[in-house]
Design a protein around this ligand. Structure first.
Ligand code: LLP
Length: 430
């Protein structure tokens, strides 16, 4: 059990509220977010990553989960924010998030997005390619400003994670390759232009990574690069952003490091390597997304049809599925689940939990042992705070689920459930 989860009267409680009551009050499927756990994770990062330098930054990766209320929490906790699109930027702006603390990512920001970001006053762009450096410079010039940017480098590190969420290897759509001195060429390009200013370097090796080793390699590779830039071009890089990707617990066998251990290993290695290379240590940044919000989210579903295929399998169908959580179908991601209204139920059995979409691959959990479920039971799928709501869809014209924040016995809807009207409201009849 994560964060404020408790078992009381044989029911699952989060934030001091019964999930059965939440399901009853707001309907299902329902994303429930444990506000205290989100804030605790933010604080643990802020505390442990700023230890050797108060200028070190923790930048929340909004792609994991972003709404106006989430931006407000991130701001109250003092983190910076990573956005990857005009839409995420707009959400941050509307929430009142300090725009100078926003980092704008992405491998193909459109001219419109660049223009919007410069107009709103985004603090830092993470430039991904030569086209973008030139575009940012051109638009900044037209607007009469100088735009700070980091260059995203592909450091050539293979992290052990699903191939769809690996990004650090040499063959990647992201960033400037470290091969053939392309990085130096990019730095020179920025230095030669009048309306962009080089703030530092960025890299990101992938997501849901448990090993610390690839991060330590990343630190070494990037600091050597920084030394090279200083020696060859006389330019001192003062921010090194190491990206995000720190793994979390989803199911038995997952063994993540604590936030504290993770941060302190990175800081220690950075200090050692910069000493060895005899260069000043730049300020460091990290971009956690999943590890801030992942375990803080739980999705509640109501069980509907139950079907036993004799001698083969029992399917328990819920009222959501790949529309609210695409991760099992997309990455074979695995989750843990509990029967929220009957934690210690009788007659345990192995079942497969299926979604309601017209798609055989819409299976949430394969072969999980649960107390015997009945139609009307509430299932709670754990650790769904990251990349579920943010990757949700309207496939089969299923309205998106509501998101409710819980804390100290109180609940608040931070994103209302979509209605059928919402679903057709951009459509135009013949
Ligand atoms: N920084 C950059 C540049 C990133 O590309 C990402 C994630 C992060 C930070 C945050 O990574 P995190 O700490 O959340 O792992 N949809 C996939 C994950 C895609 C991650 C994309 N980039 C999933 O559901 O597993």
């Amino acid at each position: 059990l994560f964060g404020t989860m408790k078992i009381k009267n044989n029911e699952l409680y989060i934030g001091g509220i019964s999930t059965v009551e939440l399901a009853d009050k707001y309907g299902t499927p329902l994303y429930v977010l444990d506000e205290k756990l989100i804030r605790d994770n933010c604080r643990r990062y802020m505390e442990s990553f700023k230890k050797n330098n108060p200028n070190n930054k923790v930048i929340y990766a909004g792609k994991a989960f972003l709404t106006i209320a989430m931006c407000q929490i991130i701001n109250e906790e003092g983190l910076c924010l990573d956005v990857v699109s005009g839409g995420e930027l707009y959400t941050a702006y509307k929430s009142g998030f300090p725009i100078e603390k926003v980092y704008f990512h992405g491998n193909n920001k459109t001219p419109d997005e660049i223009e919007m970001a410069i107009e709103l006053g985004v603090g830092t762009f993470v430039a991904d390619n030569f086209y973008e450096i030139d575009k940012i410079n051109e638009i900044a010039k037209r607007k009469g400003t100088i735009q700070r940017l980091l260059l995203r480098i592909t450091p050539g590190i293979e992290a052990h994670t699903h191939s769809y969420i690996k990004t650090g290897q040499l063959d990647s759509k992201f960033g400037f390759t470290i091969l053939n001195n392309k990085t130096l060429t990019a730095v020179k390009r920025v230095m030669s232009l009048s309306n962009v200013e080089l703030g530092g370097l960025h890299c990101h090796i992938g997501s849901q990574i448990f090993d610390i080793e690839p991060y330590l390699d990343e630190v070494d590779i990037m600091l050597s690069l920084i030394k090279g830039i200083k020696e060859e071009l006389g330019y001192e890089i003062n921010e090194l952003n190491l990206g995000g990707g720190f793994g979390i617990y989803y199911r038995e066998g997952d063994d993540p490091n604590s936030i504290e251990d993770f941060c302190s290993s990175i800081l220690k290695r950075a200090q050692e390597t910069s000493k060895e290379l005899n260069i000043p240590l730049p300020s460091l940044s990290i971009e956690p997304g999943r590890s801030i919000v992942g375990n803080a989210g739980t999705t509640l579903y109501t069980v509907g049809s139950i079907k036993q295929i004799p001698g083969i399998k029992k399917y328990v169908a819920v009222d959501g599925g790949m529309t609210d959580n695409i991760r099992p179908s997309l990455y074979n991601a695995e989750y843990e689940c509990i029967v929220a209204n009957r934690i210690e139920g009788e007659r345990r059995e192995v079942v497969t939990i299926s979604g309601k979409c017209c798609e055989s691959g819409d299976i949430l959990i394969k072969d999980i042992e649960l107390p015997e479920s009945n139609s009307g039971d509430i299932l709670a799928v754990l650790s769904t705070g990251a990349y579920c709501y943010s990757m949700s869809s309207n496939y089969n014209k299923i309205p998106r689920a509501a998101v409710v924040l819980v804390k100290d016995g109180k609940s608040k809807v931070i994103c209302r459930r979509e209605t059928y009207e919402d679903l057709i409201n951009r459509e135009i009849a013949l």
